[in-house]
Write a protein that binds this ligand. Sequence first.
Ligand code: CTP
Ligand code: MN
Ligand code: MN
Ligand code: MN
Length: 368
Amino acid sequence: EPEVPSFIASKVSQYSCQRKTTLNNYNKKFTDAFEIMAENYEFKENEIFCLEFLRAASVLKFLPFPVTRMKDIQGLPCMGDRVRDVIEEIIEEGESSRAKEVSNDERYKSFKQFTSVFGVGVKTSEKWYRMGLRTLEEVKADKTLKLSKMQKAGFLYYEDLISCVSKAEADAVSLIVKNTVCTFLPDALVTITGGFRRGKSTGHDIDFLITNPGPEEDDELLHKGLLLYCDIIESTFVKEQLPSRKVDAMDNFQKCFAILKLYQPRVNSNSYSTSKNFDMAEVKDWKAIRVDLVITPFEQYAYALLGWTGSRQFGRDLRRYATHEKKMILDNHALYDRRERIFLKAGSEEEIFTHLGLDYVEPWERNA
Ligand code: CTP
Ligand code: MN
Ligand code: MN
Ligand code: MN
């Protein structure tokens, strides 16, 4: 039995931004079941139950030992009755009958398939399900459906997009993005955010933050070349507007949910590129890769970096902590102190943690 003398359950914070969560998860058995439950509640738009399971999963990901008895979770935050029932059954039976039921549920299985397509969310899935559609084959066969430009691209590159992005591919795309950006903006800073910044070895996409030090903002950058599919969303940020209080608010940066065409290394070569291998015209020698590009003004860079590094749960808890413990409002642009009625400037993530009175948490410790 692992002895963890410094571990005191009742001292574990309910906020994941006050915990250090690495990718080393001792309780995958439990957290996988919780994530299935949470996803099913998300498909049913039951945000409260969804968050309950996501918070519980996040607490167990943080635990420095595997849970083997109910006593192990005594005193821990976020362990409501619904959560405890699942844990108890997994301890006793090795698996959760509820989670198993969900993963075999027709509606869940259909929503899971539908939302695996780029551009398809819960709303569209709901619509297709109500029309009687159950599988992607049925969706593709239905010629009456009006697909968005994004969804068409999602179906066109489906197989590539559901296969994970590797670290090697992320590094290759990173070089390409940096080179391309630098031909337009030589001083620009390009940073990988998202899961790869948290140390994950695979991802469903690659997230980039782009900023140009100095006063000039370049809103032309995204309109220049290189992308297979690109849906550019123009910046809607208004100076002096208060940060958003929504739990999962979209930010107002100019951004682009793109699909990039990455040429695979040829036989006897291992360099990726975005130019074609002419001697291999017959075989598909490229892979479609999902890339998020976010352009931020330099003075908002630290806030954008913190928000886009995630994890999603870590970000939710940072905002919840700011609101409930500090009377502040945090989003991907700014931090507003409601008592002082001022915006708190930050040039680094460390400064944001300091403003919030939190110990700094490294990116690889934000896998909540
Ligand atoms: N994010 C955000 N605003 C959006 C979209 C995403 O702030 N409009 C944040 C998410 O909260 C997340 C981070 O950006 O913390 C990266 O999002 P995403 O790519 O979906 O998740 P990853 O953690 O990178 O995981 P994956 O490997 O699946 O891509
Ligand atoms: Mn990502
Ligand atoms: Mn994701
Ligand atoms: Mn992303």
